[in-house]
Design a protein around this ligand. Structure first.
Ligand SMILES: NC(=O)C1=CN([C@@H]2O[C@H](COP(=O)(O)OP(=O)(O)OC[C@H]3O[C@@H](n4cnc5c(N)ncnc54)[C@H](OP(=O)(O)O)[C@@H]3O)[C@@H](O)[C@H]2O)C=CC1
Ligand SMILES: CC(C)(CO)C(=O)C(=O)O
Length: 298
């Protein structure tokens, strides 16, 4: 199948590489540095202590999406509207579009821009760009996708490429569970520029996280969302499973890039205000992250 990846970054290059390895025709849409490197050498893919160059097409222009049967939409939440508008003219009416993004409203926002359905997808992977055209896999890789008419076709395409896919009746709840974890850790790690293991050693941090999570759960309930699983238990485990990890928000700030905080704690604050639910801890975390955004934090 012809597959296009909108946003050739850490997530897009990882899934693009897995699909190209399985024999699909994959085109990456990304920024000039990555695109030039991929067109020259192939995508350098570090995976389970192997390194290989994977040949695939890459382009800076969204028109390269034309003819794709499946689009993996992998830009940061801040870029959803712009990237969606760029690709809209080149989508076929039957093109399947998946949003592989954190945050809970990307699929809805993208669908409004492109005027066709988008499958919300929860991404459980750890990947990073190590340089132009160079992606490194650090762990996991499963996807949870929302149930729709297109979900079976998606699963049939992705599973043979060694991408585990679960079709869920509550993908939205799973997106919320992941966002709540992000609301607990991301801003604190960003403000302090500390990894999780070190962060929780400081006085009051667990209490701040607990308050943030309680507010998130109240907002989720107000939105009619059932959050699956033991969210607080998952949050407690992170310090043992990822003690040395800095949140993606911490990494964005350290690189002087805009973060996704508007779609994490910021989202909870906005929804809480709409619903009349107080969210003071999320507001403080949001405001402090915004203060540090754009300033040098290293
Ligand atoms: N990395 C990870 O391990 C995980 C990430 N996620 C989520 O996945 C999503 C993607 O994250 P990630 O892959 O890390 O982000 P990256 O920043 O690595 O990748 C996004 C890429 O898309 C590019 N881009 C943005 N807009 C356009 C455009 N209009 N045309 C072409 N290229 C564009 C960006 O360029 P530029 O930076 O120059 O704007 C960037 O290179 C996020 O929502 C993130 O939270 C979820 C789970 C794990
Ligand atoms: C799971 C976690 C918190 C890992 O760092 C993450 O999703 C992020 O950094 O955005």
């Amino acid at each position: 199948m012809k597959i296009a990846v909108m946003g050739a970054g850490a997530v897009g290059c990882y899934y693009g590489a897995m699909l190209a390895r399985a024999g699909h025709e994959v085109t990456l849409i990304g920024r000039p540095g990555h695109v030039d490197a991929v067109n020259r050498d192939g995508l350098l893919f570090e995976f389970q202590s192997t390194k290989s160059f994977i040949e695939m097409k890459a382009d800076t222009d969204a028109r390269a999406i034309a003819g794709a049967g499946l689009v993996l939409f992998c830009v940061k939440s801040t870029d959803t509207a712009d990237a969606g508008a760029q690709m809209k003219p080149f989508l076929g009416k039957d093109t399947i579009v998946m949003s592989l993004q954190n945050g809970v409203d990307n699929a809805e926002r993208l669908s409004a821009v492109i005027g066709q359905p988008v499958i919300p997808t929860v991404v459980y992977v750890a990947t990073s760009m190590e340089g132009p055209g160079h992606v490194k896999h650090h762990g996991r890789g499963e996807l949870v996708i929302g149930r729709s008419d297109q979900s079976d076709a998606v699963a049939k395409t992705l599973r043979p490429a060694h991408i585990p896919v679960e079709i869920s009746d509550n993908a939205q709840g799973a997106l919320w569970a992941k966002m709540i974890l992000n609301c607990a850790y991301n801003a604190l790690s960003a403000i302090a520029q500390k990894p999780y293991g070190e962060l929780v050693q400081s006085d009051g941090i667990w209490e701040v996280m607990r308050n943030a999570v309680d507010e998130c759960m109240a907002v989720a309930a107000g939105c009619g969302v059932t959050v699956p699983g033991d969210v607080w238990g998952a949050i407690e485990k992170i310090v043992d499973t990822m003690p040395g990890q800095y949140s993606s928000t911490a990494q964005d700030l350290a690189r002087g890039k805009p973060s996704e905080i508007d779609y994490l704690n910021g989202y909870i604050v906005r929804k809480g205000a709409e619903l009349g639910i107080a969210t003071p801890t999320n507001l403080a975390l949001y405001a402090m992250t915004k203060l540090r955004e754009g300033s040098s934090v290293a």
